[in-house]
Design a protein around this ligand. Structure first.
Ligand SMILES: [Zn+2]
Ligand SMILES: [Zn+2]
Length: 281
């Protein structure tokens, strides 16, 4: 599986010279079988715009899975040129949460909030909902499990292409379930189910422990929690994700340099492609 990192920020985009190394676009990861075009996308933050360049003139034909409906996971959708053309075919799936998926999308994507409606995008767009459980989506096996966050039902995903496996928990608020052994949140059953033994774990790393003291109710995790969870789940590699919009390149460099973990840890960087292995299909 190839993991194409298209957007790395949480909450809101972060443009500016302090953010050029890791990137300022919000959450979006594209997955491809090796040497094939990406067909499965996790979240549609502003980083989704970068996928049009990756597709290099081709239309997008695949599925976008939304972990939840917050702005930083949806605001790239109307600006995704490779999906907004007559020959595109896009299936957009969100966690089932009561309420029709089309109507939930229309709440943010219709006048007066935005000039273009979902059904005005060109191409064949189908909007639907996803239940918890195991699904076959675009040649991947996707396990969707609800995880604690704030303000709307949120799923974490475990995705396998039969060779390698990735866990994606972009927005995770484990302190809701208790302090856990380190005071940063519980290592709970859903987190284990998603992350155990994965080749790559992509996880919410919005706050430092010092910041968490005043922001523990904001719906996110600490960097230390992400590292701790990767260790207890024996993940092979950890990608710190959903960087706080105020987190500068310099701070991220310092954070990564200061981590002492047996696991390979890096901070998610826009434009990076990680190869998790697997023969060309
Ligand atoms: Zn988010
Ligand atoms: Zn969120």
């Amino acid at each position: 599986m190839q993991v194409i990192v298209c957007g790395v920020r949480g909450s809101t985009p972060a443009p500016g010279p302090e953010y050029v190394r890791y990137g300022g676009n919000t959450s979006c990861i594209a997955l491809a079988k090796r040497s094939k075009r990406p067909k499965l996308v996790l979240d549609g933050g502003t980083g989704l715009r970068n996928l049009t360049q990756v597709l290099d003139g081709s239309p997008f034909r695949g599925t976008i899975l939304l972990s939840h409906l917050h702005w930083d996971h949806t605001h790239g959708l109307p600006f995704f040129s490779a999906g907004d053309r007559p020959d595109a075919r896009v299936r957009l799936l969100m966690p089932a949460q009561g309420g029709k998926p089309e109507e939930l999308m229309a709440r943010f994507m219709s006048p007066p909030h935005f000039p273009v409606r979902m059904n005005e995008l060109r191409g064949d767009w189908r909007v639907g909902e996803l239940e918890e459980g195991v699904h076959g989506i675009e040649e991947f096996q996707v396990t969707a499990v609800e995880i604690p966050h704030k303000g709307g039902r949120t799923f974490g995903f475990r995705v396998s292409d039969g060779v390698s496996t990735l866990a994606y928990l972009s927005d995770h608020h484990p302190i809701q379930l208790g302090p856990g052994p380190d005071g940063h949140g519980e290592y709970h059953e859903a987190a284990y189910a998603l992350c155990e033994g994965v080749d790559l774990m992509v996880h919410d790393a919005q706050y430092t422990v010092a910041e968490f003291a005043s922001r523990s109710e904001f719906g996110h995790s600490t960097i230390d929690y992400a590292v701790g969870l990767a260790e207890v789940c024996a993940a092979k590699r950890l990608l710190l994700f959903h960087h706080d919009p105020g987190r500068t390149d310099e701070e991220l460099n310092r954070i990564v340099d200061g981590l002492g973990s047996g696991i390979e840890v890096e901070a998610a960087t826009e434009g990076r492609v990680l190869d998790l292995g697997g023969a060309p299909a």
